[in-house]
Design a protein around this ligand. Structure first.
Ligand code: A2P
Length: 349
């Protein structure tokens, strides 16, 4: 990074659940911004957003919005990324895309800085931010894989509604009020807005996040499987996932079973690696009922790990409980960290 260099930054989807957090984190991290452009749909154009004490007018996102932009942070949905990311790149911007549009594209690095920061250097204009449930899992598994090897991962998730955007947050609020008022709960958004059937998430658990693929897994499950292998550079790693939406507003929790490669690994050794890993906080003391929960992790930057146990039948098997704020490390913070790493290492090109 050139000393004191500043950048023209655009945030696309600035009014959404993730976009709002991106702006907060850019502010908090004092990101070196020369000019900030906030972009959303026509519906929001003309309204203002506060940033560093100034009112900034929201503009409708068009291909021309990216003229003169150095870094564009995208979080307005996959179809908009497909349409506008190539336009932003044509105008010379580097795009950090928070949708699934480019994640598995072999020309696009998929990055969790604690795991594979160096991959950013290979970008061709677009860098993808992984799926929220994948980010927190690979961040916690990386130090374990480095020290003990990793053969298998089986994860069940307990995911917050905010991962499905502001509409899902409103739906959980409305359904909770309806249930407590003994009214019928209205469901129009979850499990998947565009799918045929909708079920209440309040006081419920929905074993469907994103649509189903032909193999019986949902796309969210396939994202966890494929993205984990890509980020960890581990095609041979066996990964299985079951993704479940819960009536929780913030933070995804995950019950993760792993099989390490090394013999005779102890829980204490795993604790030691987790304690010294960047971005990870160990909260594991069953005697004092210490473990992370979605509420305790909300609004925090770290990935919290607890309940580390050796499997009772497989000496190489361990169970972990991994919790993180899905809008912070799971989305906005990781996006900003990618941009920071690109700037600090002179990887914008
Ligand atoms: P808007 O508020 O103007 O609709 P969430 O994930 O919370 O639902 O947020 C989605 C974000 O994507 C919002 O900022 C939304 O802006 C933005 N968005 C939706 N459609 C478009 C579009 N066609 N062009 C640009 N931004 C869009």
């Amino acid at each position: 990074m050139t000393e004191n260099a500043k950048y023209n930054v655009a945030v696309l989807g600035a009014t959404g659940a993730v976009g709002t957090k991106i702006l907060q984190i850019l502010e908090k991290k004092n990101f070196p911004i020369k000019e900030l452009k906030v972009l959303a749909s026509k519906r929001s154009a003309g309204k203002t957003i506060q940033f560093n004490g100034n009112d900034i007018t929201i503009e409708e996102a068009t291909p021309e919005s990216f003229k003169g932009i150095d870094i564009a942070l995208f979080s307005a949905g996959g179809s908009i990324s497909k349409k506008l990311a190539p336009e932003a790149v044509k105008h010379g911007a580097v795009v950090v895309d928070n949708t699934s549009a480019y994640r598995m594209d072999p020309d696009v690095p998929l990055v969790v800085p604690e795991v594979n920061k160096e991959d950013i250097a290979n970008h061709n204009g677009i860098i993808a931010n992984p799926n929220c449930s994948t980010i927190q899992m690979v961040a916690a598994l990386k130090p374990i894989k480095d020290s003990f090897g990793l053969n298998r991962v089986i994860v069940s998730t307990y995911q917050a509604v905010s991962g499905a955007g502001d509409a899902a947050i409103s739906e959980l609020k409305n359904q909770t009020a309806q249930f407590l008022n003994e009214e019928e709960m209205e469901a129009n958004v979850l499990p998947v807005k565009s799918d045929e059937k909708h079920y209440p998430v309040a006081f419920n658990a929905l074993p469907q996040i994103d649509v189903f693929s032909d193999n019986g897994y949902t796309l969210e499950e396939m994202k966890m499987i494929n993205e984990t292998k890509k980020i960890m550079h581990a095609d041979e790693l066996a990964v299985a996932a079951t993704c479940v939406r819960l009536p929780v507003f913030t933070s995804h929790a995950e019950s993760v079973y792993i099989e390490v490669d090394k013999e005779n690994v102890t829980v204490e050794e795993i604790w030691k690696e987790l304690k010294s890993a960047p971005g990870i906080k160990l909260q594991d003391n069953p005697a004092e009922q210490v473990y992370p929960t979605p509420l305790s992790a909300a609004d925090k930057e770290d990935v919290f790990v607890g309940r580390v146990r050796r499997d009772l039948d497989n000496a190489k098997g361990f169970h972990l409980w991994i919790v993180s704020d899905n809008l912070v490390k799971g989305a906005a913070l990781n996006t900003v960290q990618i941009a920071q790493a690109a700037v600090e290492n002179n990887w914008l090109k």
